[in-house]
Design a protein around this ligand. Structure first.
Ligand code: AKG
Ligand code: FE2
Length: 163
């Protein structure tokens, strides 16, 4: 992973009385391989979706980092690893900050290493390039991992890079 690009973002939320109850960040998965988040240590708001589709608050926990997997991690691992769908809700009228480091993934083609593909775990996704995938997310407005579902291999088709 040494050569893999990183992206760094500071989020600042101007939460006010009139925004309480609304979304600071819409429901999404991260497009990255892995995200390391230094979340606000005082003001809550981050929520993750559980298996039943319910949102669970991730309450502030000083001196900890939140680590979550993104779409590239799901594809690279041939879905052995899962993404987490999340959002940020405005809970109180207060400035809120978070600092996210996104490990984006391999520079060239995103595809699983050989060890993660076998007869019981056939290749699930067509190989793709990270920038193309990001464009696909923007153009389709599918921000919660559904864009990756568009790359699920249809065994009746051939894909570039496939053996
Ligand atoms: O601010 C947060 O707690 C999360 C931000 C987030 O999900 C993101 O930047 O992708
Ligand atoms: Fe996120």
């Amino acid at each position: 992973m040494e050569e893999w690009p990183f992206e760094f973002r500071i989020n600042k939320y101007h939460f006010a009385e009139e925004t309480v109850g609304s979304s600071g960040v819409q429901i999404h998965t991260d497009s990255s391989f892995l995200t390391i988040l230094q979340d606000d240590e005082v003001v809550g708001g981050l929520e993750v979706m559980d298996m039943s589709g319910a949102f669970i608050p991730v309450d502030p926990w000083p001196s900890t980092l939140v680590v979550n997997l993104g779409d590239v991690g799901r594809a690279w691992s041939n879905e052995r690893l899962r993404t987490v769908t999340h959002r940020v809700q405005c809970k109180e009228a207060s400035l809120r900050y978070s600092i996210a480091s996104f490990l984006l993934g391999p520079k060239g083609t995103v595809e699983p290493p050989e060890e993660l593909v076998d007869a019981t775990h056939p290749r699930l996704f067509a190989p793709f390039n990270f920038e193309d995938y990001r464009k696909l997310r923007y153009s389709t407005k599918l921000r919660a991992g559904e864009a990756l579902d568009l790359l699920i291999i249809d065994s009746s088709k051939n894909y570039p890079g496939e053996k």
